[in-house]
Design a protein around this ligand. Structure first.
Ligand SMILES: [Zn+2]
Length: 339
């Protein structure tokens, strides 16, 4: 049996680290991170409608008891945490912050244990919150105590007669027990599972600035990138940060929270990078988050385009000028420190 995790654009979780951590404690179930960002159609999730339209981004083959689990903050129309159809489960963290202060990743693993429990099955659903994994979640506030206690109650346990089960079911049972122990210990100490395992000990890389440009201006941008790096600025340039073979929009979207400012460069082409719809969306995301956005005129620029409305609050830095030193102004803009 294998379980493959995905997130949509609303979720920023290190599924690779999660799958590795779970595989380490698993008693035979394989855990993996899927490739690509899931697209969940529609405003709310409905079963069966959403599931009929949904496709996994990497079309991985699922068979037997395999499950693909997709995390999102989109809501179910019936307010469920999760539902599933044809080996695919969509897990919703809509309104999670109102139910618990524990990280969504603990919830994702707790729900994984519930789905595994349903798949064998172990015991029966309870009609009230007892803390058992098999509680009905009509009252969603039970999820906080559920993750902190994370156990299967004695009655449900008795119902699962190991002697009458095949080897695969016993392995799944052991995996559930191991998962619950880890969810419980991490949650009681208020940590995410990744922190609890220590796989998150290294903070993710932070970038001072995103170098947004047109591909025609690549040479000038490379030169600027080198100058900035020489001054100790951590730059985000597509060719240095994007792994080959992955859609750049998805990668950049994942990394945006770790980038502190954006430089929007115009060079000889005279065309603002905001003329590309996707890039425009990213620049407006920086503006929305209150990050500095610095329109920049490269040395070889002949025609300066008009700034679009949403960028007019920012002033140009013009690298064609000599005084005041525009490079110093740029450094001031991206680092926040006057040079
Ligand atoms: Zn129970």
């Amino acid at each position: 049996m294998k379980i493959v995790y995905y997130g949509d654009r609303t979720i920023n979780t290190d599924f690779v680290a999660l799958a590795r951590g779970l595989s380490d404690i698993s008693g035979g179930v394989q855990f993996r991170a899927g490739t690509g960002i899931a697209q969940i159609p529609g405003q709310t999730i409905r079963n069966p409608d959403t599931y009929k339209e949904f496709e996994l981004p990497d079309n991985i083959a699922l068979e037997g008891r395999d499950l693909a689990l997709i995390a999102t903050t989109k809501a179910y129309d019936n307010n469920y945490f999760y539902d599933f159809a044809d080996r695919i489960g969509i897990i919703s963290f809509s309104g999670w912050e109102h139910l618990t202060s524990l990280p969504t990743i603990n919830g994702l693993v707790y729900f994984t244990a519930q789905l595994l429990c349903d798949s064998i099955p172990i015991g029966e659903s309870h009609d009230k919150n007892t803390g058992c994994l098999n509680d009905f979640l009509w009252d969603k506030t039970g999820v906080d105590i559920g993750m902190r206690s994370a156990f299967i109650c004695p009655k449900c346990r008795r119902d699962f007669d190991l002697k009458k089960r095949v080897e695969e079911e016993i392995q799944i049972f052991k995996t559930i027990e191991a998962i619950l122990d880890h969810v419980c210990l991490a949650s009681r100490s208020g940590q995410s599972l990744l922190d609890y395992w220590g796989v998150n000990a290294q903070p993710s890389k932070q970038f001072d600035t995103f170098l947004c440009h047109n591909s025609q201006d690549k040479d000038a941008i490379r030169e600027l990138n080198t100058r900035l790096k020489d001054k100790g600025v951590a730059t985000w340039l597509d060719e240095e940060q994007l792994p080959p073979g992955r859609p750049w929009e998805d990668e950049l979207e994942r990394q945006i929270p770790s980038i502190k400012s954006a430089v929007v460069a115009v060079g000889q082409s005279g065309i603002g990078p905001w003329q590309n719809v996707e890039i425009r969306a990213f620049i407006s995301e920086f503006v929305r988050r209150g990050c500095p956005v610095i329109p920049l005129i490269l040395p070889d620029c002949k025609n300066i385009p008009d700034l679009p409305l949403f960028l007019r609050q920012f002033t140009w830095v013009d690298l064609r000028k000599t005084r005041p030193d525009p490079f110093k102004l740029l450094l001031w803009g991206v680092t926040g420190k006057r040079q």
